[in-house]
Design a protein around this ligand. Structure first.
Ligand SMILES: Cc1ncc(COP(=O)(O)O)c(C=O)c1O
Length: 390
C-alpha cells in the first residue's frame, strides 16, 4: 500500500503543516512595505528565544550552507588562525568554507559517531592563538548532538578572545539553546529544519562581539554582508529581494510554535528521538551515535551485515516511509531517521510498523509489534518524565 502523503523521515526538508503550505502559496506582497516589515519583525522576535539571544538576527535568503558561509566571511580575515572542530560531514564543510576564503585552518576531528571533547579543545587552544573556533551543534550526518555549553565553556576558559561560530542548522528550534549565556558569537540555522518551512532561508544571530568583529573582518563579502542585513533590518527590510514565500512560511511556522510553546516542542522532539532509538534497537538495529550524545532531531543506525539496503529501502519507500541514507564515508553503512519540525510520535510508530512489515516481507527475523511497542513505551516514559535537559 502506498500513502498519499509520504511519512518524510529525512532530517530536512521536513513535512509542512497544512497552514504552512498554504502560507507558501500566498500572493506576493511588496517586500519594501509595512506588511513585510511587520512580518520580519515578528520572525526576528519570535526566533530570539530559540537562539537564546537579545541580539539582532539576520534573515538571509539562502540554503543553510550560505548561512555558514556568511558566518565565516563576516568575522574573519584571510590568514586568521581558525580551529575547526569536526565530528562529521557538516563539520568538514564548515572547515572547507573557512579554508576556501583563506583562513589558516587547524582541524580537531572526532571519530564519526562521537561528540567533540572539551578537554581536547582546551589542549589545542592552549598551544596557539585562534581567532575563531567552528563548532557543529547537531551533526546531521552522524546523529550526534555536541555538548555546546561544555565546548563553549572550554573555549571561553582557554581562549577568551576566540569567536565561537556554531552551525545549528539542524538543531535550533528543536532543543534548548542559549547562545548569550553559553558565550557563542554566531549561530546559524535553516528554515527547512525545525522551523517547519521550505528550504530557502538561513537565520544568523550574532553577539555584540560578533557584530563588532564584522567591522574589521576582511574576507570578501557582498550578498552575505550581514552589516547590510542589520542596517536594512532597522526599517523592516532585507537588502536584497528575499524568498518571500518562505518568509510567509517561517512566519506561520513560528505562529504554530508559539501556540505549542517551546517547552512542549522540546519535549515532543525528545519523545520522538527516544521512541526512534528504542524502536530501532528493539528491531535489532545497532545505533550509530555515542549514547551520551545522541541527537534529538535525527537518529542514525548501522545497516546490518547481509542486509541489501537498496532493496530493503525500496520496500520501505513503496510503503510511504522516506528514510535518509548515509553521507560521505557513511554511505551504504548507516541509514538515518529524521525526527524534527512538525514530527509527532505517531509518525515514528508508523515508521517502526513499516520497518517491521518490510523485515517480515523480506524474510528477516522480526517480532511483529516489538519495534512499535518499544518506541511507544519510550515516548510515554519520556513524556511522563517531563523530558530531560538537552
Ligand atoms: C548540520 C547541518 N549543517 C549544514 C547543513 C547545510 O544546509 P543546506 O543543505 O540548507 O545548505 C545541513 C543540512 O542538512 C546540516 O544538517
Amino acid at each position: 500500500m502506498t500513502r498519499f502523503e509520504p511519512n518524510l523521515r529525512i532530517p530536512g526538508p521536513t513535512s509542512l503543516p497544512p497552514s504552512v503550505r498554504e502560507a507558501g502559496g500566498r500572493q506576493m506582497i511588496n517586500h519594501r512595505g509595512p506588511e513585510f516589515a511587520a512580518m520580519l519583525g515578528r520572525i526576528r522576535a519570535g526566533m530570539q528565544p530559540y537562539f537564546g539571544t537579545d541580539s539582532d538576527i539576520a534573515i538571509v535568503s539562502s540554503a543553510g550552507t550560505g548561512g555558514l558561509e556568511a558566518a565565516v566571511v563576516n568575522v574573519l580575515s584571510p590568514g586568521d588562525r581558525v580551529l575547526a572542530v569536526s565530528i562529521g560531514a557538516f563539520g568538514d564543510r564548515f572547515a572547507r568554507i573557512a579554508e576556501t576564503y583563506g583562513a589558516n585552518v587547524d582541524h580537531v576531528s572526532a571519530e564519526w559517531g562521537w561528540a567533540a571533547d572539551p578537554a581536547e579543545l582546551q589542549e589545542r587552544l592552549s598551544v596557539a592563538d585562534y581567532r575563531a573556533v567552528l563548532l557543529t551543534h547537531n551533526e546531521t550526518s552522524t546523529g550526534v548532538m555536541n555538548p555546546i555549553p561544555a565546548l563553549a565553556a572550554a573555549i571561553r576558559a582557554t581562549a577568551p578572545d576566540a569567536l565561537v561560530l556554531v552551525d545549528s542548522v539542524s538543531g535550533l528550534g528543536a532543543v534548548p539553546f542559549e547562545m548569550d549565556a553559553w558565550g557563542c558569537d554566531l549561530v546559524v540555522t535553516g528554515s527547512q529544519k525545525a522551523w517547519m518551512a521550505a528550504p530557502g532561508l538561513a537565520m544568523i544571530a550574532a553577539s555584540e562581539r560578533g557584530w563588532a568583529a564584522m567591522e574589521t573582518a576582511r574576507m570578501p563579502r557582498f550578498y552575505f554582508d550581514l552589516r547590510k542585513h542589520r542596517e536594512s533590518g532597522k526599517s523592516g527590510e532585507t537588502p536584497w529581494t528575499p524568498a518571500v514565500g518562505v518568509v510567509f512560511q517561517v512566519d506561520e511556522g513560528l505562529r504554530l510554535m508559539a501556540a505549542e510553546g517551546a517547552t512542549a516542542i522540546f519535549a515532543r522532539h525528545e519523545a520522538c528521538a527516544v521512541a526512534t532509538q528504542a524502536g530501532l534497537e528493539a528491531l535489532g538495529f545497532q545505533l550509530f551515535a555515542d549514547p551520551d550524545h545522541r541527537s534529538r532531531t535525527v537518529t542514525a543506525a548501522l545497516i546490518p551485515d547481509g542486509l541489501d539496503w537498496k532493496a530493503f529501502n525500496a520496500e520501505v519507500k513503496r510503503r510511504g516511509v522516506v528514510l535518509a541514507g548515509g553521507q560521505g564515508k557513511l554511505a551504504g553503512k548507516i541509514f538515518r531517521v529524521g525526527h524534527l519540525g512538525s514530527v509527532i510520535v505517531d509518525e515514528i510508530l508508523g515508521t517502526m510498523a513499516t520497518l517491521e512489515e518490510v523485515m517480515a516481507a523480506t524474510g528477516r527475523p522480526v517480532e511483529i509489534g516489538a519495534g512499535v511497542a518499544a518506541a511507544q513505551r519510550a515516548a510515554i516514559a519520556s513524556i511522563k518524565g517531563g523530558g530531560s535537559p538537552a
